[in-house]
Design a protein around this ligand. Structure first.
Ligand code: SF4
Length: 509
């Protein structure tokens, strides 16, 4: 008892110290509001820097020291002309996101430390998204959403994507679904900004050339009150991916390849920057898949340089001015990895670690019980279009139960409205029905994180599942003896058609 009291006292003292430091930090300034500036994208040069090259003056902008993208974003957010990996800096936060799992804890810390009547630092920069445990009768899970709602009403939070009627998600026009995909779709992911969230996959937003990372409830409570966060600047590992993407590969194959290469601790507290001709050819949802999983390699954040694809995606989604930044030619990288994508094959991550890589064809004897297509990393519109392409090419029916959980309400609508290329006008939902899949479920995190026992598609028995999600630790999708094979939507759909882990080339070539 006494040790927990003293631990709590220490934590509180540390928190108070943080507040003092923040008060001493320079006052925040608006870097971009009203500036209307949007830099022309630099051409990405996927050339390797010599290892440990000396830092040289930057050739662009007001920045005086050559820096990587991540360093530049943090320098700007902390009003520094230059900084080095390892430095601790106070940054101004552009967006803070929380959800139904961590939001109540964050709110509790905010109220405890700043007072019952305290106001958040900026009601337009806080984004609250119920998404995890939504379609459940679990009273505690439902209560979490009620706590978010009460807080948003009290604080007049501008961006609260509420759900009141759990019986019909479509009756909730504000409800979105999985936070990371909703953040992108609602225009909260913007190049050059700092986005923090109480979820480890907040790194998803690095796809927009943004610094985005997950933080704990205590830090988030502090950000709620001050708009500031203390961050250690990570060194950057550069991944150069060149070559034409084969038609049987998706971004999930690329990131599983990389994690298999460097291991689940290979990028611990590093920034992972993705460049090269293959990256430039990826659409935004595929770039999100890459950045989403950097945390599975221990990465602090992932970034893709913003380009015309980024700017086009953002058109009509945000009215906030943003200013992308790019790594200087002389920037120093911790290390470089190069991949010739044209030579890669479809891969899976076997149980029970995202770095337990194997070629899909090497696992062809693994019998499976079900397939799950969903989550922030594998439940986007492009993921379902990819799965539909495999079902369409095969003309066959699935051999195991195949669960489809759209990430957001918009993805769900896309499944029922967008024609699948080459199908003569059929939608994904029609193709899935013809293939014998389960009807697309209500959008949410679903069984990606297991959730309460009544969660749709939760693994309540020890089964073998091929899943487009991002983690395959024991118990992740429900049962602790369940076995999860992480895979691309192509591989997941191909596996559903055979009942075994299957290389999608069996249907796509
Ligand atoms: S879909 Fe899964 S990984 Fe993504 S935020 Fe939800 S629980 Fe986390």
């Amino acid at each position: 008892m006494s040790s927990s009291v003293s631990a709590a006292a220490k934590a509180s003292a540390a928190f108070a110290h943080k507040k003092e430091l923040a008060a001493a930090a320079p006052a925040p300034t608006q870097h971009r509001a009203g500036s209307g500036r949007r830099s022309k994208p630099c051409r990405v040069r996927a050339v390797a820097s010599p290892a440990r090259a000396p830092r040289a003056p930057a050739s662009t902008g007001s920045v005086k020291t050559a820096m990587t993208m991540t360093e530049k974003i943090l320098a700007r957010a902390s009003e520094r002309a230059g900084l080095e990996p390892g430095e601790n800096v106070w940054v101004d936060v552009d967006v803070l996101m929380t959800h139904d799992v961590c939001g109540p804890g964050t709110i509790g810390i905010f109220k405890k430390e700043f007072g019952e009547d305290a106001k958040v630092w900026d009601r337009e920069k806080v984004v609250i998204i119920p998404d995890h445990y939504i379609f459940t009768n679990d009273e505690r899970a439902n209560r979490n959403v009620d706590i978010l709602r009460d807080f948003c009403m009290e604080q007049n939070i501008k961006y609260f994507y509420d759900i009141k009627d759990l019986s019909n998600f479509k009756a909730n026009p504000d409800y979105k679904g999985v936070c990371h995909v909703a953040l992108a779709q609602e225009g909260h992911c913007r190049p050059g900004e700092v986005l923090l969230g109480t979820d480890s996959h907040t790194c998803n937003a690095g796809a927009f050339g943004q610094f985005a990372t997950g933080i704990g409830n205590t830090d988030a409570g502090f950000v709620l009150g001050t708009g500031k966060a203390l961050l250690k600047v990570p060194p950057t590992i550069r991944f150069v991916l060149d070559g034409e993407m084969p038609p049987y590969l998706l971004a999930k194959d690329l990131i599983l390849q990389i994690i298999g290469e460097i291991s689940v601790s290979g990028a611990t507290y590093k920034s992972m920057e993705f460049v090269g001709s293959t990256i430039e050819s990826l659409n935004m949802e595929e770039r999100m898949t890459l950045c989403n999983m950097v945390v599975e390699a221990g990465g602090k954040n992932g970034v893709v340089p913003a380009d015309e694809t980024t700017f086009k995606y953002l058109e009509g989604k945000t009215s906030v001015d943003y200013e992308p930044v790019y790594s200087d030619a002389q920037a120093r990288f911790f290390s470089d990895y190069r991949f010739d994508v044209s030579k890669l094959e479809p891969v899976v991550a076997k149980p029970h670690s995202p770095d337990n890589r194997a070629l899909a064809r090497e696992c062809k004897d693994v019998k499976i019980d079900r397939v799950y297509i969903g989550s922030c990393t594998g439940g986007k519109t492009e993921d379902f279009l990819a799965a539909a392409k495999v079902f369409l090419a095969s003309g066959k029916k699935v051999k195991v139960p195949t669960f489809l959980v759209p990430a957001t309400q918009k993805v769900w609508m896309d499944l029922y409205s967008l024609p699948v290329p080459g199908s003569g006008g059929k939608t994904c939902s029609q193709i899935f029905e013809e293939a014998g899949c389960d009807t697309p479920a209500s959008p949410s995190c679903g069984a990606c994180l297991g959730g309460p026992r009544d969660t749709y598609a939760r693994m309540n028995e020890p089964m073998v599942c091929v899943s487009t999600t991002n983690r395959n630790f024991p118990g992740r999708m429900g049962h602790k003896e369940g076995q999860i094979y992480l895979a691309s939507p192509y591989t997941a759909a191909a596996s559903a058609l055979t009942g075994y882990v299957t290389d999608p080339r069996d249907f796509l070539m």
